[in-house]
Design a binder for this molecule. Structure first.
Ligand code: PLP
Length: 627
């Protein structure tokens, strides 16, 4: 999973290798040490951040960018391709200010640029690129109105290397009109709707019926309009996007070849073409299978991807005697996924149902059953003695169903129903017929932090970040804090419906430890897509750099997640007014001798507004186990 960035160290903890394969052992960063440092004010130099926590690792981000760049440089050199690679980062994958600023800074030596898909994204890309390399591209994608197009023209005036990529045919009229009005010569691109189709989940963008881009007929009309306006020289870039997680290099090469033909046709028609922008789609290996049969993986690495692209463009251009274009890609997932890790705590786990049952208890529970249920009970017991687990499963199911029916018609009490559950579970456990799955309650909102799991069933690697030198004793599913039955994770990499987990030794079991889990490879898309279901906001965020200090890391930035006030404001509430209303209410209704003075009450209310909506470390022990 996530090779070559994550491994288990000699303490049994998950550690990060910030420079990938080039990381030396003393440079590895222990994730548990980060959690302790930022969430435990008592640890040396410790902070007091609340979990869940996103740990951002800019060194990993830098390594991803440089690896992508070297893969293309190697392919270009080995194929004797006569131009260069110049990528852009699609900011929609993670618009966090520090992620984008880091990418601009790390990519500046090789002119790495940005892609924007909306007006606010364009504004942030413009301001970040002011500190970057002037040659870096600023690719403007997405549906555009006159305001978006004016802004992109202004970006060009500000000497940012801006390209307006036409996503719809009508946009060209606005581009021509506004560029004349503002006297700014634009650089224009077209997004082609390719016939090549990616059949996977992320392929709905591609093919003739895809949502985006211009058909060949529309591209021809755009060429005509530009020619009539005396602006055909402005058309310089061809863009396409097959879809995310392209499964194979064969499909990639097919799409790139089709696009390269369109590129050559545009050259033939007189456009001053410079750049072929192959969009995103560079896949990552979520499940470690490196196989295109899995929706969670792809059958190639960075090197094979780059080679397939370079070869496909070169073959077509050489056959058509067209000068090799600059190759641009808009890889998002492959750049940002690895650099961020979501860490959350399991605060309690459901306990076994099986109660200790005396002979008297057993007698009492059997007596209350109907004749049919008693027969099931006898058959279950006999099958258990013979060690027939399949038969036991059958009779246990039947017995439980009959007892539920009896409970519903009022002829069985709650204690008896619980005793039946416990008895069946005990028998099945002894026979090894079922390893009961526990429910681990995690201090997290799936809707906020892993929205793609809820929305499209996307799976991410989830692993405890410590105790990995101990054999996990139980299997569990994860249930979040939201009051929503979808707020659970019960599907995992490898087709598993539960995770191997350790028994909690923590607060919920009366001990002093905590149990931390990490979700990996979620640096792309998850943060921007997350909602505020149940008004849980985003996690706290820390930025951690590799350093030669005693811990091999330094926390360079720590930001607590949104408070209750912050998330209330998102839904138009006014926390200050709400606080005043509640304070007045307290003055009206609470007597000073009530035990809690008004001042203390107001201060408790104030901290409720001020704290994060998640369980505070001290209150997690109050969460009782629910099965
Ligand atoms: N470019 C465009 C136009 C996209 O629509 C997308 C994502 O869907 C991307 C780039 C990024 O794709 P990926 O994250 O697969 O690299």
């Amino acid at each position: 999973m996530g090779a070559p960035y994550f491994s288990v160290n000699s303490s049994g903890n998950m550690s990060v290798r910030p420079y990938g394969a080039a990381t030396l052992p003393h440079q590895e960063i222990d994730l548990l040490k980060i959690v302790k440092k930022v969430s435990d004010p008592k640890s040396s130099g410790g902070l007091d951040l609340q979990l869940p926590l996103i740990v951002r690792l800019p060194d990993v981000l830098k390594n991803r960018l440089e690896s992508l760049q070297s893969a293309f440089e190697f392919a270009i050199q080995s194929q004797e391709y006569n131009s260069h690679y110049q990528g852009v980062y699609p900011v929609k994958c993670n618009q966090d200010r520090f992620v984008v600023e880091d990418i601009v800074k790390f990519g500046s030596p090789f002119r790495f640029g940005l892609e924007a898909g909306s007006k606010p994204e364009l504004l942030l890309a413009m301001s970040c690129l002011c500190k970057g390399n002037p040659e870096s591209l600023l690719v403007c994608n997405g549906f555009k109105d006159a305001e978006y197009i004016s802004l992109a023209l202004v970006a060009r005036k500000l000497a940012l290397n801006t390209v307006i990529v036409l996503e719809q045919e009508e946009e060209i009229d606005v581009v021509i009109e506004l560029s004349k009005k503002l006297s700014i010569r634009p650089v224009v691109g077209v997004r082609a709707k390719l016939r090549t189709k990616h059949s996977g989940h992320f392929g709905s963008t591609s093919g003739e019926k895809g949502k985006f881009g211009l058909t060949t007929t529309q591209i021809l009309r755009v060429v005509k309009k530009l020619e009539q306006a005396g602006m055909l020289d402005c058309l310089q870039l061809l863009h396409f996007h097959i879809g995310s997680q392209i499964p194979t290099t064969a499909l990639l090469a097919d799409g790139v070849s089709e696009a390269a033909q369109i590129y050559c046709e545009l050259v033939r028609l007189g456009a001053h073409m410079q750049v072929i922008d192959i969009g995103g789609g560079l896949g990552i290996d979520y499940d470690g299978s490196k196989s295109s049969d899995s929706e969670l993986s792809v059958s190639y690495g960075l090197e094979e991807y780059a080679l397939a692209v370079v070869r496909a463009v070169q073959n077509v251009c050489d056959r058509r005697c067209v000068k090799h274009p600059i190759i641009c890609s808009e890889s998002g997932r492959a750049i940002v996924s690895h650099h961020s890790i979501l860490i959350f705590e399991a605060v309690s786990a459901s306990s076994d149902n099986a109660p200790a049952m005396s002979a008297h208890g057993l007698q009492y529970f059997v007596e209350g059953l109907t004749e049919e249920a008693r027969a099931d009970y006898r058959n279950l017991s006999a099958a258990a003695i013979r060690g027939e687990s399949e038969t036991c499963l059958f009779y246990a199911d039947q017995l439980k169903q009959r007892c539920i029916d009896q409970f519903k018609d009022g002829s069985l009490g709650m204690e008896q129903l619980a005793a039946v559950d416990g008895f069946c579970e005990l028998v099945l456990k002894v026979l090894g017929a079922s390893a009961p799955t526990r429910t681990y309650h995690v201090n997290l909102s799936v809707f906020t932090s892993i929205p793609d799991f809820w929305g499209i069933g996307q799976l991410f690697p989830i692993v405890p970040i410590h105790r990995l030198d101990q054999r996990p004793g139980v299997r569990g599913v994860l249930s979040d804090l939201t009051c929503d039955s979808d707020g659970k994770i019960d599907k995992f990499i490898g087709g598993e419906t539960s995770l191997p987990l350790h028994e909690l030794e923590g607060k919920s079991n009366g001990g002093g430890g905590s149990y931390y889990l990490g979700m990996f490879l979620g640096g792309a898309y998850e943060e921007a897509l997350g909602g505020v279901h149940n008004l849980f906001g985003g996690p706290s965020v820390v930025r951690v750099l590799q350093s030669d200090g005693p811990h091999s890391f330094a926390v360079t930035r720590a930001v607590p997640g949104p408070s209750c006030s912050d998330v209330l404001r998102v839904m138009q509430h006014e926390p200050e007014l709400m606080f005043e209303t509640l304070k007045h209410r307290a003055e009206e209704f609470v007597q000073e001798d009530d035990g809690m003075a008004n001042a203390a009450l107001a201060s408790s209310l104030a901290s409720s507004f001020h704290n994060m909506p998640y369980l505070a470390a001290t209150s997690s022990c109050c969460l009782t186990a629910i099965n």
